[in-house]
Design a protein around this ligand. Structure first.
Ligand code: CP
Ligand code: NVA
Length: 304
């Protein structure tokens, strides 16, 4: 199919058929890591990040290099953007140098503005609102573990953050049920809640036992995201304390239920060592899948 969407910004803005194609292509690219060595021959990319990263940066740099392309990592603060050059001017200039820009940006609206002024592909490598590349890797991991995503029950436990938002966006397209236990104080913002309210597949509750009932997968994330207000730290940890994924919680879920976490984890807060280090945990497989799925995203969004 190839090249339907040039940008990869929010999952629900793509068509389901595109996401299915990306997952299938990621499977092939994982099965043969040496395939498609020339796919991005002559293509160049910029990774423009304003937040730290281990997995996203390394897996994108490696994905681009293994597909034959080249890339430059730019810390946003060291560019003229950091001194107030406009997003419009930056986007128009960079569009003349490279074939795609992978952006990690604190402010989702800035990413949208960047894409509005770009003639090239823009890929969202995490904003305060969403993390689509991550959830594609998570869906790939679910498929590897269960053979299918259809009919699964995914239980999100914890903060209603950017990763939670993206699970909601994904569940509007895929046939899994999403039961979320999120404290009232931290439920997602209205625009995301509106998406959730329209879907009979999504349920948001403060009752953890209800959310994890019959779950195939328990998923959580840090209680404090990179964009969170540091002054809220102790209040947030206190409120989220009872949403910890631990042995007691896992004792209540089916024997074949798995644990996912996008990492980095804050062991002892949202998840205990006993869970993240157990054989139910697939977090390193999930992290590896970032590489394969991002190769597939590049293959999909970048014209030959
Ligand atoms: N999961 C994830 O995006 O990790 P990094 O912040 O290390 O890129
Ligand atoms: N919710 C986390 C995800 C990190 C990959 C954050 O935004 O910091």
């Amino acid at each position: 199919m190839g090249y339907l969407s040039k940008n990869f910004i929010n999952l629900h803005e793509l068509k389901k058929v595109e996401l299915i194609e990306i997952l299938s292509s990621a499977k092939q690219l994982k099965a043969d890591r040496n395939s498609e060595r020339n796919l991005l021959d002559g293509k160049s990319f910029i990774l423009l990040f304003d937040k730290p990263s281990t997995r996203t940066r390394i897996s994108f740099e490696l994905a681009i290099s293994e597909l034959g392309g080249s890339c430059i990592y730019l810390d946003m603060k060291t560019t003229q953007l950091g001194r107030g050059e406009t997003i419009k001017d930056t986007a128009k200039v960079l569009s003349r140098y490279v074939d795609g820009i992978i952006i990690r940006n604190a402010n989702h609206q800035d990413l949208i503005e960047f894409s509005n002024h770009s003639a090239i592909s823009i890929i969202n490598a995490l904003t305060n609102e969403s993390h689509p590349c991550q959830i594609m890797a998570d869906l790939m991991t679910l498929k590897e573990c269960f053979g299918t995503i259809d009919g699964l029950k995914v239980a999100w436990i914890g903060d209603g953050n950017n990763v939670a938002n993206t699970w909601i966006q994904a569940s509007t397209l895929f046939d899994f049920k999403l039961n979320m236990a999120i404290p009232k104080e931290y439920i997602p913002k209205k625009a995301i809640l509106d998406i959730a309210k329209k879907s009979s597949k999504i349920n948001i509750t403060q009752n953890i036992d209800d959310a994890i009932k019959d779950a195939n997968c328990i998923v959580t994330d840090t209680w404090l995201s990179m964009n969170d207000d540091e002054n809220e730290r102790s209040k947030k940890i206190q409120i989220l304390n009872k949403y910890q994924v631990n042995k007691d919680l896992f004792a209540k879920v089916p024997i074949d239920a798995i644990f996912l976490h996008c990492l980095p984890a804050h062991r002892g807060q949202e998840v205990t060592d006993a869970v993240i280090d157990s054989d139910r945990s697939h977090v390193y497989q999930q992290a590896e899948n970032r590489l394969h799925v991002q190769k597939a995203i590049l293959k999909h969004c970048i014209p030959n």
